[in-house]
Each structure stands twice: as C-alpha cells, then as structure tokens.
Design a binder for this molecule. Structure first.
Ligand code: NDP
Ligand code: GDR
Length: 352
C-alpha cells in the first residue's frame, strides 16, 4: 500500500524539497495551499505539471479547513511546515505569527484527534533553533534550556510543547525536529543568505550598486535544506517518537557568508570600520559594496546559534556534513549568478 503524506507549507522552501523526497520514496503526496492573489506554487510547479502532488485549499488559521482536508486525505504522515517563518516580520505581525505558528500546531493535532486518527497518523512539527534564542549554552543540544527571543520563537515554543504534550497525553506519534538554519537556492529572498547571494550576483553583473545588511556579527549554523528534509522523514520512521536537533555542528558569521558569496562571484571584499560604520569594499577597485543599515537590526536578535547534531548522527545515522558550508554558498551563489545573467540579458534586449 502506498503511504500517504500531507505537507502543510508545501509551497515553501522545505515543503518543496520534502515533496520531491517523498515522491521519490513512493508516497502519495498531498499539500495544503493558502489563497494568494497571484500564484504561490512556483517552487512546486514542476511537480504539479506532472500531477505528482494533490493540493487542497486551506489555512493554518482555519480549523474547519484542516479537519476537512485531513479527513479526505487520511494521511499516514503529516509534516507541519506551514508558518509565518520570518523572525523580523514576527515583530511587526506578532498576533498573526502567534495564531499560525502556535495555535496552528494545536489545530493540526486536534484535527487528528477529533477524526480519531491518533493511532494512524504520525506528525512532524517544524521546530527551530530559535527556541534557544538568547543563548544559555553552546553548542545547543536537545537538553539546552529554551529562551525564545522574538514573537516568532515564543509562538514556536508553544508549538514545541503542545506537540510533546499530545504525544504524552494521547500517545500520539508527534515529534519535533529542532532544525537549525537551512538554506538553498529556493530560500525566500528576504532571509539573509539568499539576500546576499542574490545581491552578489546582481552586483557582479552590474545590476545593483551595493548590499545593505544588519547584524553582520550574528553567528549561524547553516546547512543545506535538501539534506535537512531527509531528517524530517527519518524522524517519522523511528520506532519511538522523540525530538531531535538537526544541525551541521559548525557556525559562521553573516560577514563570512557575505565574503564567500562575493568571492564565488570573483570579488574579494576588504572590510573597514566597525559597528554602524563598517563597510565592505571591492579589494581590487575600491568601490563600496556592502554597508550596514540599522533598518535590518531586530529589537532582540539571536546571535550565537551552533547546534550539536550528535543525537541525530548516532540515532538516525544522519550525516550532518553531507553538503558542506562552502558547497552551500557555492550552490546558492552560482544559482543566483545565473539568475542575474538572465536578468541582464532581458534588460539588454529591452534596451535595443
Ligand atoms: P517558508 O517561509 O519558505 O515556507 C513557509 C510555508 O508556510 C509556505 O508554504 C507558506 O505559504 C506557508 N504558510 C504560511 N502561513 C500559512 C498559513 N496561515 N496557512 C497555511 N500555510 C501557510 O519556510 P521554510 O520552508 O524555510 O520553513 C519551513 C518550516 O520550518 C517553517 O515552519 C519554519 O518556521 C521552520 N523552520 C525553518 C528553518 C529554516 O532555516 N528554513 C529552520 C527551523 C525551522 P506561501 O507560499 O503561500 O507563503
Ligand atoms: P533567522 O534567519 O532569523 O535565523 O531565521 P535570517 O536569515 O532572517 O537571519 C539570520 C541572521 O542574519 C542577521 N541579518 C539579517 N537578516 C535578514 N533577514 N536580513 C538582513 O539584511 C540581515 N542582516 C543581518 C539577522 O539579524 C539574524 O541574526 C531563520 C528562519 O528560517 C526561521 O523560520 C528559522 O526558524 C530559523 O532560521 C532557524
């Protein structure tokens, strides 16, 4: 019998990679999409074109849609990836972030319970290294205390605990993957890595003058999203439900990522100044390419994330270094340089 999976957030970075993985594994894949005024399926259009996924209209803020969809699909596995996932945006839309990122998780768990599927359906909850927030221990592991440091992280903390609660109270197979930052060529354009690789490509093609960033000292443990979705699946294949940290075990600054992304485009950055006055210059031409804009600072910023993937490595047999940090920067930089070249060709044709 073909297993059925339901992915919330299937149109996002992780959802699109996970859908591909599950299709390859022979699953019947369903996804929840929310209404948008223009198409939001760009990351999965290749799957839709071949009728490889079935989409259902719904929203994490709407219990009735979730109950209806889960009842139709009767999934063996639910991957709850849908979220207002931008940390800085959560300071501007805190109530909505709480509704979707906290109560949305409860709505999924309750829907499964109401439908009497608690013994059939396994649930993966997309938890996050942001739970560690104002860091109390490095590196962070499953036993490190949480100190959420944004409305997003506070909401995700509720999601974490309610998932654990339903596991303990109702014996449900419901687990948390505490995933550290993972990036890719499909990453949303307003997360820092993608913002940098897009800008580096465009600057190299003469389409953009410079890049403005916020906290460049911030440290992140960055992995490749395509590798991380494998863990989501692995977590639901275990004999017993349990929560896991998923990370590479390495950390780098935003500044370092910036340097490497420009270098992948043949530009060496020379830094001068400090704090708000810090600037990055093209070491060859002396042109200013990177500067700080306080607009991108957060009211409270998480600045030291570094995961310990020992448990995932030993229990799941997962390789945290499948794609190295250097390879990740290269994949993203090369992809976005190609995009910039295409943009330059279009501009050139328009000017003829
Ligand atoms: P994205 O922002 O790329 O995708 C989020 C998805 O959620 C999109 O499909 C989006 O739909 C959907 N969504 C948002 N709000 C709703 C809603 N109200 N109802 C239904 N769907 C909704 O995130 P990622 O793929 O990067 O992350 C996936 C999950 O993992 C998120 O929960 C995130 O918080 C968490 N996470 C991510 C990490 C990372 O580094 N990427 C690390 C740790 C956790 P639409 O396309 O219409 O916007
Ligand atoms: P994060 O990712 O907040 O870790 O959340 P993001 O890429 O937005 O920020 C990482 C760090 O970079 C600093 N920064 C900037 N960030 C953005 N977006 N734009 C800038 O210009 C900029 N300059 C510096 C930030 O201050 C921060 O310290 C991501 C999301 O995917 C969450 O959903 C997920 O839970 C966590 O990763 C793990």
């Amino acid at each position: 019998m073909m297993k059925k999976a339901l992915i919330t957030g299937i149109t996002g970075q992780d959802g699109s990679f996970l859908a591909e993985l599950l299709i390859d594994k022979g699953y019947e894949v369903h996804g929840i999409v929310r209404r948008a005024s223009i198409s939001n399926t760009g990351r999965i259009d290749h799957l839709l074109a071949e009728h490889k996924v079935t989409l259902h209209d719904g929203d994490l803020s709407d219990s009735s849609s979730l109950i209806r969809i889960i009842n139709i699909v009767q999934p063996d596995e639910i991957y709850n990836l849908a979220a207002q996932s931008h940390v800085q945006v959560s300071f501007d839309v805190p109530e909505y972030s709480g509704d979707v990122d906290a109560l949305g998780v409860l709505r999924i768990l309750e829907a499964v319970r109401i439908l009497g599927l608690e013994k059939k359906t396994r649930i993966y909850q997309a938890s996050t290294s942001e739970l560690y927030g104002k860091v109390e221990e490095v590196p962070q592991r499953e036993t490190t205390p949480f100190h959420p440091y944004s409305p997003y992280a506070v909401a995700k903390q509720y999601g974490f605990w309610i998932t654990k609660e339903y596991r303990e109270a109702y014996g449900m197979f419901a687990v948390n993957g505490i995933l550290f930052n993972h990036e890719s060529e499909r990453r949303g354009e307003n997360f820092v890595t993608r913002k940098i690789t897009l800008a580096a490509g465009r600057i190299a093609e003469g389409l953009q003058d410079h890049l403005e960033l916020g906290n460049m000292d911030s440290l992140r443990d960055w992995g490749y999203a395509k590798d991380y979705v494998e863990c989501m699946w692995l977590l639901l294949q275990q004999e017993k439900p349990d929560d896991f940290v998923i990370a590479t075990g390495e950390q780098h600054t935003v500044r370092d990522f910036t340097e490497k992304a420009f270098l992948a485009n043949g530009i060496r950055i020379r830094w001068e100044g400090a704090g708000l006055e810090e600037k990055g210059y093209d070491a060859q031409t002396g042109k200013m390419l990177v500067c700080v804009n306080p607009q991108w600072f957060r009211p409270t910023d998480v600045d030291n994330l570094w995961g310990d993937p020992t448990k995932a490595r030993t229990v799941l047999g997962w390789n945290p270094q499948k794609t190295s940090y250097e390879e990740l920067v290269k994949i993203m930089a090369e992809h976005d340089r190609e995009l910039a070249k295409q943009e330059a060709r279009v501009k050139c044709a328009q000017n003829k």
